[in-house]
Write a protein that binds this ligand. Structure first.
Ligand SMILES: *Cc1c(COP(=O)(O)O)cnc(C)c1O
Length: 381
């Protein structure tokens, strides 16, 4: 086993994380929905215009809240891209819904909204859009389909903090938006997430589901004089220790994003002529989408070529990794899938390679990674 000098990801401190955690502990309250939770929620609402934001313990939990709020159950269908993380589908499977997997665009892992309408039936209730690598899906198309067919649009914006569609912040466009602060994302708290509630009809219920089906939050605001069990729900809220860590990161968002964009642009520049020669393809970002530099990935010509490149990079002390095994071929869901082929999702599963990307990476390291990639393709002739 080769010890990699350049890992794929590395968690980082933005500045005041440990100070804020100490403050939370010294305040005498470290359970959920305290001062730091409210600071984070207000920060997200003010920066991105979300109607209501609730911190969660993960994006998976935010997606589970979205599944409960959209009221799906047995007999209902939910459209989800096949090339995504398990949680985008799992949250709805737990409610008993059937997943109808959609293919990716030919030149980007995002779902192909031109071909979604053919998947809609009278039982379809939810459309899940995943903004892969923080690159927006065409939200005008998604919302038009939702309006026509009366669907709830859930944005899996796990990778999409600070990214936009035509200037509008992702996660704030669909009815519900789900974010992740897992240590592999742009803004981190170890594990963590948030639900953005953008539709009035979900606002009150979201807070109840968040607090184990009780109206405890209303009680603490003095809106009711006792609280009790009023709905379904779970314990979706994180502790103040997590929120304190997260707030320190949110405060430094501009610096974190600026650094990531510098790294992303360095990759794009170093690899552009390799792409121009047709040896690899680089991320295709449509004009309607911004770039939040969540990920830098390349697409190789074949699975064999990608495997050889991963090995070559590993020998140079660089850890590059492939991404999702498409969910329609997963051991859990393949027996339930309707058998449709999803060739673009399959190709990204076989050929997409993610390069190291984290705050502490340097442009010199990016240059070294790109030099190793060039060497690989020059040797292949
Ligand atoms: C990371 C990720 C998730 C899961 O986020 P957690 O916070 O780990 O639950 C869900 N969907 C996508 C697209 C992701 O990238």
């Amino acid at each position: 086993m080769i010890d990699c000098r350049i890992p794929f990801n590395k968690p980082f401190l933005a500045g005041k994380e440990t100070d804020y955690i100490r403050q939370a502990v010294e305040s005498g309250k470290i359970s959920g929905n305290g001062a730091f939770t409210q600071k984070c929620q207000r920060w997200l609402e003010q920066h991105y215009g979300f109607k209501k934001t609730l911190l969660t313990t993960s994006c998976t939990d935010a997606l589970e809240m979205a599944a409960i709020l959209s009221d799906v159950g047995p007999g209902d269908e939910v459209i989800v891209p096949a090339f995504t993380f398990v949680s985008s589908a799992l949250a709805f499977v737990r409610q008993g819904a059937k997943i109808v997997f959609a293919d990716s665009r030919p030149n980007h892992p995002n779902l192909d909204l031109d071909r979604v309408e053919a998947l809609i039936t009278s039982r379809t209730k939810v459309l899940v859009v995943v903004h892969y690598a923080g690159v927006a899906c065409d939200m005008d198309r998604a919302l038009a389909l939702a309006q026509k067919h009366n669907l709830v649009v859930v944005e899996d914006a796990a990778q999409a903090i600070d990214a936009t569609f035509q200037g509008r912040p992702l996660g704030g466009i669909g009815h519900l938006g789900c974010f992740s602060f897992h240590e592999t994302k742009n803004i981190i708290s170890g594990e963590g997430g948030a639900l953005a509630v953008n539709d009035d009809r979900f606002v009150r219920r979201s807070e109840i589901i968040w607090e184990k089906g009780t109206n405890r939050a209303e009680f603490f605001r003095g809106e009711v004089n006792k609280y009790g069990w009023v709905d379904t729900g779970s314990s979706f809220l994180p502790s103040e220790i997590i929120a304190a860590f997260l707030y320190a990161q949110l405060e430094q968002l501009d610096a974190i994003q600026a650094k990531r964009k510098t790294l992303w642009n360095a990759y794009a520049q170093e690899l552009s002529s390799l792409a121009a020669q047709g040896r690899i393809s680089l991320p295709d970002i449509p004009a309607y989408a911004s770039n939040n530099a969540h990920m830098f990935s390349i697409v190789c010509g074949s699975l064999q070529e990608r495997t050889a490149l991963i090995d070559h990079l590993k020998q140079n002390g660089i850890l590059a990794v492939f991404h999702y095994l498409p969910l329609h071929k997963s051991p859990f869901y393949a027996p339930k899938h309707d058998g449709r082929e999803l060739p673009h999702a399959d190709r990204f599963a076989d050929c997409l390679l993610r390069l190291p990307m984290y705050f502490d990476l340097t442009t010199e390291q990016v240059a070294a990674i790109c030099a190793a990639i060039w060497q690989f393709f020059m040797r292949r002739g």
